[in-house]
Design a protein around this ligand. Structure first.
Ligand SMILES: Nc1nc2c(ncn2[C@@H]2O[C@H](COP(=O)(O)OP(=O)(O)OP(=O)(O)O)[C@@H](O)[C@H]2O)c(=O)[nH]1
Ligand SMILES: [Mg+2]
Length: 297
């Protein structure tokens, strides 16, 4: 069979299920998932090998109206992902319907004359007849080549989508070794897994005011790894929330993240977290670069 390979961007509003879909298609957890919007902050590559095709799935941050420099960098990263792709999937939370945000993205894709497919997600949450008017509304906004209805959570409709993607990417040699799953460095993955626990275990502004950087990564002779990570928080109040009474919260965050990392890296992990307050980190170029974002200025 002729080898095929191409980039497919997964775009949409925050919380549509983009990361869940990329993890589902690759069969591994590469991109963190939480019930909160704006979880993903930078592009994450998931490599799906399907028959003779290598489909390079680009998970992107949700597209929304940015306020902070961090937000602008996130949205810019999402559009860069779309611009560099052979095909874009507009992933829509079918339960959420077509609001101004989804509409805006569909119109922008149409204007940029992107090759794109419409993918309605979370179909496990609503009855099938409700999907038809949604498809009609969205199809009027952009010339989608195809429409898919899926549940990234249950796997419904995924096989059909995977087959279609494998057929759709252009002919050409594979760009990555076939056993690679992502281009995400392990240090960044570790920081992301810690950030996922912060998103899951703290609320309101605290997760949005936090970022995580891996400071040290030490492979030990016994095969285990020691990881030291710093959690930067924007406000003193956030530091108190993250540490929790008697240090209980940070212990719980570290405990869960450590277990998750041990499973992902398939070895014993010693994880040390240090919480530092750093007002305005979300406006700081160096902090944005540390998490793989370009400074939007
Ligand atoms: N019921 C249901 N929930 C889903 C489905 N797909 C994703 N979710 C849930 O939706 C929430 C958001 O999922 P994510 O994958 O983090 O969404 P995202 O689009 O990557 O979000 P951002 O990174 O914030 O832009 C999580 O709680 C998921 O478990 C689905 O098909 N059905
Ligand atoms: Mg995401």
């Amino acid at each position: 069979m002729t080898p095929r390979c191409g980039f497919v961007a997964v775009a949409g509003t925050p919380n549509a299920g983009k990361s869940t879909l990329v993890n589902r298609l690759t069969g591994v957890k590469l991109s963190i998932v939480t019930p909160k919007a704006q979880t993903t902050r930078f592009r994450v590559l998931g490599i799906m090998l399907h028959a003779a095709s290598q489909v390079l799935l680009v998970d992107t941050p949700g597209i929304f109206t940015p306020r902070r420099r961090l937000d602008r960098a996130m949205v810019a990263a999402a559009w860069t992902g779309v611009r560099d792709a052979d095909l874009t999937l507009l992933l829509v939370d079918a339960k959420g319907g077509v609001g101004a945000a989804v509409r805006g993205i569909a119109e922008a894709l149409a204007e940029q004359q992107r090759r794109c497919w419409l993918v309605l997600n979370k179909i496990d949450l609503l009855p099938a007849p409700a999907l038809l008017p949604l498809t009609a509304t969205l199809s009027a906004l952009a010339p989608f080549e195809a429409t898919f209805m899926i549940s990234a959570a249950t796997g419904d409709g995924i096989e059909r989508l995977a087959n279609a993607l494998a057929d759709a990417v252009p002919e050409g040699p594979h760009l990555y070794p076939d056993d690679d799953l992502t281009d995400l460095p392990e240090r960044l993955l570790a920081a992301e897994i810690v950030r996922e626990q912060i998103f899951l275990q703290t609320h309101e502004e605290a997760p949005y005011g936090s970022t995580v950087e891996t400071e040290h990564w030490q492979e030990r002779k016994d095969g285990s790894v020691r990881i030291d990570a710093t959690v930067y928080v924007a406000r003193p109040g956030h530091k108190a929330i993250l540490i929790g009474e008697g240090g209980r919260r940070i212990k719980a965050i570290g405990g869960k993240a450590r277990a998750e990392l041990a499973a992902l890296l398939e070895r014993k992990v010693h994880l040390f977290l240090n919480v530092k307050q750093r007002a305005g980190w979300d406006e700081e170029s160096a902090r944005l670069r540390a998490i793989g974002l370009e400074d939007p200025g």
